[in-house]
Design a protein around this ligand. Structure first.
Ligand code: LLP
Length: 437
């Protein structure tokens, strides 16, 4: 556990904000996602300060990491922009009432409908990722008499040191245009279009990255590309360096504070400014797009321990009332987590257990070999760093309800996503008349 002011052990219990985890579990039930508002605000503030140190920039929160109306409002109140990747996420930021000029629309295959919705909403920027999109966007913008601002997603061909499913900028990725291939022609094409205004470039090299050198290499390559464009008379006013900063999941990972995470943003921005100056380019407005590092450690999932199955000397299963429907990351990526029995928080983690979910699959685990206090039925289990890509990737598999989300701010805690009912689970079910006869 990466302890902080709002996540700590006191009187034998785990506390989140000024609230005992077991009290939250009692009041709201389990499984329960708990999000720490103060932590989100602290990271957001630190990131905004960092990107603006020595120049101009913005932090766009990658909604895909955790998308709720309440947290979008919180993020906007702390000066964040937004990265959306679907009509649904666009709808969410509209419902949250954020400044739509500070919204970037990403995605490698935006549908014609999503493109229309983005134009209709008057969003700030489309991040163009394919020739197909470019055609649709140009004609839809022209039909509306608009000149839509765009960034172009480029692939610098850098392989970040992370797991394969989240590497996005290795050669032949499904994302972006190759800086060493067709990207320059695409930019020139955009410049010549009536419905589009070329504003800059976007790069996102992957996720859960600790190694700065991948960013440095990407910056060197993309600023070279900017120089090439400038020699052809095209200015890059904005450079969006994407997100991807690695966070703490287990004691194998660094235990960073918000300020230390912000140092990554500061270093990226500084290197962009330095390289732009070195290459005789005017300084771009720098956007960074973190998701995980803003919300990941803000989240703790609380479960109640049910069945405990011990195969002495081999394996011990501790089964909880959640599983891959609220956290599919072990099943998908073999992701690792740390956990604690919230009501035995000051006891030593003397066992190594497999935390199992309640779905009908052997692969439905939260993790293997997780150090834990001696677990008994009825204990409250806390799994840390679940704020990113857990709720946003949850499903109703086995018709389990997606757990509610509670936002904690000091001694306050309220639902930001209410519990699903059985009726919710069947809401869109319909029976054709011919089956009822
Ligand atoms: N910008 C773009 C264009 C992205 O595709 C992503 C993440 C981000 C920003 C934010 O990256 P972050 O700072 O959150 O790492 N489901 C996977 C992660 C997929 C990331 C997809 N793109 C997981 O659970 O680890």
């Amino acid at each position: 556990m990466n302890t902080r002011d709002t996540l700590y052990v006191k009187d034998g219990n785990l506390w989140i904000g000024e609230l005992k985890a077991t009290e939250l579990a009692k009041r709201f039930g389990t499984p329960l996602y708990v999000m720490d508002a103060r932590y989100i605000a602290e990271v957001a503030d630190a990131f905004v300060r960092a990107v603006n140190k020595g120049g101009r920039g913005a932090v766009a929160f990658a909604n895909k990491a955790f998308a709720t109306v309440a947290t979008a409002k919180l993020a906007a109140a702390h000066g964040l922009w937004f990265d959306v990747v679907s009509g649904g996420e666009l709808y969410l930021v509209r419902q949250a009432g954020v400044d739509l000029k500070k919204v970037l629309f990403h995605g490698n295959n935006k549908t014609p409908r999503e493109i229309e919705e983005g134009l209709e909403a008057g969003i700030g920027y489309f991040v163009v990722d394919s020739l197909n999109e470019l055609e649709i966007l140009d004609s839809a913008a022209k039909a509306r008499g608009m000149k839509q601002k765009v960034l172009v997603r480029v692939n610098p061909g850098v392989s970040a040191h992370t797991y394969e499913a989240v590497v996005t900028a290795a050669p032949f990725s499904k994302f972006g245009f190759d800086v060493h291939g067709d990207a320059a022609d695409v930019v020139k094409d955009i410049v010549s279009r009536e419905g589009l205004e070329f504003c800059g470039l976007h790069v996102h090299i992957g996720s859960q990255i600790y190694d700065h050198s991948s960013y440095d290499t990407a910056i060197d390559i993309v600023t070279d590309f900017m120089k090439k464009l400038s020699e052809d008379g095209v200015a890059t006013d904005i450079l969006d360096m994407g997100g991807g900063y690695g966070i703490y999941y287990t004691d194998e990972d660094p235990k960073f504070t918000p300020e230390r995470y912000a140092y990554t943003v500061e270093s990226i921005a500084a290197r962009v400014r330095e390289k732009a100056a070195e290459k005789g380019l005017s300084e771009p407005f720098i956007i960074v797009e973190p998701g995980r590092s803003i919300v990941g450690e803000a989240g703790v999932t609380l479960y109640t321990v049910g069945a405990v199955k011990d195969f002495p000397g081999v394996k011990k299963y501790v089964a909880v009332d959640g599983g891959m429907f609220d956290n599919p990351r072990y099943a998908l990526y073999g992701s690792v987590y740390s956990a604690m029995i919230a009501n035995k928080a000051d006891r030593p983690a003397e066992e190594k257990v497999t935390i199992a979910g309640k779905c009908c699959e052997s692969g439905d685990l939260i993790g293997k070999d997780i150090p834990l206090q001696h677990a008994e039925t009825g204990d409250i289990l806390a799994v840390f760093s679940t704020g990113a890509y857990n709720y946003s990737m949850a499903s109703n598999y086995n018709l389990n309800a997606i757990p509610p989300v509670v936002l904690v701010d000091g001694d306050r805690a309220d639902y930001i996503v209410r519990p699903q009912t059985y009726e919710d689970l069947l809401r869109n079910n319909t029976v054709p008349e011919w089956l009822t006869k």
